[in-house]
Design a protein around this ligand. Structure first.
Ligand code: PLP
Length: 413
């Protein structure tokens, strides 16, 4: 992978602000968009715009073709057994709420248990809190080891015959990797042994790791296109085929009906059953273009090596400043990270981030939508720098230089 060439495929890095370098270190929030993605959305609106599925004229048939091609592309990208296992949603958040509302709330009852980790993003915690409140099911947690920042191997009885769902973060948006070698696979296996279903939150991982739903053996997977160079407002929910009958439609309305009477209606098979209303057509086509971009230009092994090298530079650079605490397992971050959240002694994370922003460095501050974890580790706000395929060593050099200088200036004032 030639990083210079990759970077050229992202128009946002081509000059702009008086030729000043855009130091974008916030890809864990949203990635930049590749030219192929921007072009596909632009082309659709300028030359191919029509609604899908119902039209019997050429433009609509073409739009339907592109929309369904995107479903095939996403299915292949995560190695789903069948394209009908891919449902387009507005993103990870909607995908998880979909499973919570259309499956869990329909089937769970008092005494059932839902297992999540202490490192979940709110998107994979709040929907389960609500299911628990409304059905009487109980939430149980796989703990974070506060020394290593990895998840602890859960006690044998945590996943038991009452467990109905194990819903797991794949990569944390604050700590990075939280799974020690083999533990994720072991937890998935234990869940299946007791008859529970498994959901994997791939919001972060989809952009950095080759995902294979069949090899992982998950039943549901949630992801967002905007984390992997695609448009905002679109994502995917993978629902394994054997669950297609048990999962109800999340919404009902147009497009998904087989037959409707005044009093009742029944649905088409999946995926139509799960996609009521006019979908986000241009965004879905853009999602398909993002997959094309990955297939044509991204090698996951090389991406991993590139990010790990930059992450090691980032960790070493932050440590060289002094007075900075990095959250997460530094050894692991240097081997396979793509982000580092950190706290600067005596300066609030929002001030650090705002001051870096004024110096042209884009990073994120706050609890990063993992407030319970932030409280658990006693760090209510941190600054996060996150890396992607288009970042270069120079970005880290600028961050470290500006951070060192602003800390000095702040402390002198
Ligand atoms: N899960 C994780 C780990 C995330 O990092 C995010 C977003 O940052 C989400 C879920 C929610 O994703 P979205 O806002 O695209 O729905």
């Amino acid at each position: 992978m030639d990083i210079k060439k990759i970077r050229e495929k992202f128009p946002i890095f081509k000059g702009g602000d008086g030729g000043k370098r855009l130091v974008y270190l916030d890809s864990a929030a949203t990635s930049q968009r590749a030219d192929m993605v921007i072009d596909s959305v632009h082309d659709f609106y300028s030359r191919g715009n029509a609604s899908v599925h119902r039209g019997v004229y050429e433009l609509s048939e073409r739009a339907t073709g592109l929309y369904e091609q995107a479903r095939h592309k996403v299915a292949k990208f995560i190695n789903a057994a069948d394209p009908s296992e891919i449902v387009f949603t507005s993103g990870t958040t909607e995908s998880i709420n979909f499973v919570a509302d259309a499956w869990a709330r329909e089937h769970f009852k008092e005494g059932d248990e839902i297992v999540v980790t202490q490192a979940e993003h709110h998107a994979n915690l709040l929907p389960w809190q609500r299911v628990a409140q409304r059905t009487g099911a109980k939430l149980r947690f796989i703990e974070v080891d506060q020394e290593t920042f990895f998840l602890k191997d859960p006690p044998k009885d945590l996943i038991n015959k009452n467990t109905k769902l194990v819903s797991l973060i794949h990569i944390s948006n604050v700590l990075g990797n939280v799974w020690e070698e083999g533990l994720l696979e072991s937890v998935i296996k234990r869940a299946h042994e007791v008859g529970a279903r498994v959901l994997l939150d791939c919001a972060q991982s989809i952009a950095h790791k080759k995902i294979d739903v069949q090899a992982l053996g998950v039943d549901f997977l949630a992801c967002s296109a905007h984390k992997m160079c695609g448009p905002t407002g679109v994502g995917a929910l993978y629902i394994k085929k054997d669950l297609h009958d048990a999962v109800e439609p999340y919404q009902v309305g147009g497009s998904m009906v087989h037959d409707a009477e005044y009093e009742t209606a029944n649905w088409q098979p999946a995926p139509m059953k799960f996609e009521a209303g006019t979908p986000a057509i241009a965004q879905v086509i853009g999602f398909g273009a993002a997959v094309d971009f990955f297939n044509e230009h991204v090698d996951f092994v090389e991406l991993h090596n590139h990010e790990a090298k930059l992450c090691a530079q980032l960790v070493d650079g932050l440590n060289s400043i002094g007075g900075i605490t990095i959250l997460g397992n530094q050894c692991d971050m240097k081997m396979c990270g793509h982000l580092a959240a950190f706290v600067v002694d005596g300066i609030h994370a929002h001030d650090v981030s705002a001051m870096l922003g004024m110096r042209g460095v884009g990073v994120r501050a706050g609890h990063h939508c993992v407030q319970p974890l932030a409280k658990l580790i006693g760090v209510e706000a941190s600054t996060r720098a996150s890396l992607y395929m288009y970042n270069e060593s120079e970005d880290i050099e600028v961050l470290v230089r500006e951070l060192r200088d602003l800390i000095k200036t702040f402390k002198e004032a």
